[in-house]
Design a protein around this ligand. Structure first.
Ligand SMILES: [Zn+2]
Length: 326
């Protein structure tokens, strides 16, 4: 019998004592084991393994999402003439004085007003590091709201279907939360994007894309305008790489790094994406010495059109022509 085995193994030395105390011990051990078996049965009934997994679900923990939103800012971008030229998003990462956003959000801007979840405002003029081709900028600011840095996850293996939470300010609607999943991974030369379904819009650029563990896995950056919920995020890995290249001290003024371009949200005009039988729309037209890509090969703002893949054009720093793309 199991109870006896248990008793003998554990109370080996006690067997040489009197018969009375031995049988008392036996009874106690049996009662104890019965108690244990009932306890385990109850535990099994009340705590199925799935529940412990759900405890780590960031997307279902409204308080945790609210706390993360405290670290996401709405960015109003102003020109040197103090005209508001755009709205974007940014999030605190690495250090409470650093704000991560998309390069295209600050492009053309002289300064940014960062507005916290509880409407504290900071003026941001310093750029620590930026990468135009990967569309990342790391800004330094006076974090008067005292928001904590969000944890970056550049290590985890991401999987299609995994849940994501996007926090940003689509259409300037402050810190909007949306939930979706990773749809695919999009690679093109040096660019490594996460394709996801959590709805975003213009103004979401620079927002945080969090995993279901509440860590930043990407930055919400772009969408395909003629598709539904085909959205792209810059990977956290690329943001961490840029941060690691920064010396930790030097900053430059925002206006000095910008190309004077538009801070328009990079709506990708084509409904197609590679591997999905891309047909029309992925080809754009450029002039080798120009800075704009065109939708129309006979656009009057371009001479001697050269065909180019849209994403190649974006990667090389071309911006949409104001005439072809409105
Ligand atoms: Zn054009």
């Amino acid at each position: 019998m199991k109870t006896t085995m248990f008793y003998e193994n554990d109370y080996d030395g006690a067997q040489s004592t009197g018969a009375g105390s031995e049988s008392m011990l036996r009874v106690d051990v049996r009662l104890f084991l019965r108690f244990l078996s009932i306890l385990f049965f109850l535990l099994f009934l009340t705590v199925p393994p799935a529940v412990s997994a759900a405890e780590h679900s960031f997307s279902e923990d409204a308080n945790a999402v609210e706390a993360a939103a405290d670290s996401v800012f709405m960015l109003e971008v102003y020109s040197s003439r103090a005209q508001k030229i755009g709205v974007g998003s940014g999030f605190v990462a690495f250090d409470s004085s650093l704000l991560v956003t998309n390069y295209h959000v600050i492009d053309g801007g002289a300064y940014v007003v960062a507005i916290s979840d509880d409407y504290a405002q900071s003026i941001v003029t310093e750029v620590c590091a930026y990468d135009r081709s990967k569309d990342i900028a790391i800004l330094r600011f006076d974090n008067s709201a005292g928001s904590a840095p969000l944890e970056m996850d550049a290590q985890s293996t991401l999987k299609r279907s995994q849940k994501v939470v996007a926090i940003g300010s689509p259409a300037g609607l402050m810190n909007t939360i949306s939930i979706g999943n990773i749809s695919a991974f999009y690679r093109n030369d040096g660019k490594d994007w996460i394709q996801f379904t959590a709805p975003i819009s213009a103004g979401s650029s620079g927002g945080a894309l969090l995993s279901d563990e509440g860590k930043v896995i990407g930055m919400t950056t772009a969408t395909y305008t003629s598709a539904q919920n085909v959205n792209m995020a810059v990977k956290a890995k690329d943001i961490v790489t840029l941060y690691d290249r920064w010396d930790g001290r030097t900053t430059v003024r925002m206006g000095s790094v910008t190309g004077g371009g538009s801070s328009a949200y990079p709506s990708i005009p084509a409904a197609t994406s590679p591997g999905m039988g891309a047909d029309n729309g992925t080809t754009v037209y450029v002039t080798s010495s120009g800075s704009r890509y065109h939708n129309n090969p006979s656009c009057s703002r371009m001479k001697n059109p050269i065909e180019m893949d849209l994403l190649d054009a974006i990667e090389r720093g071309y911006e949409p022509c104001g005439k072809c793309y409105k």
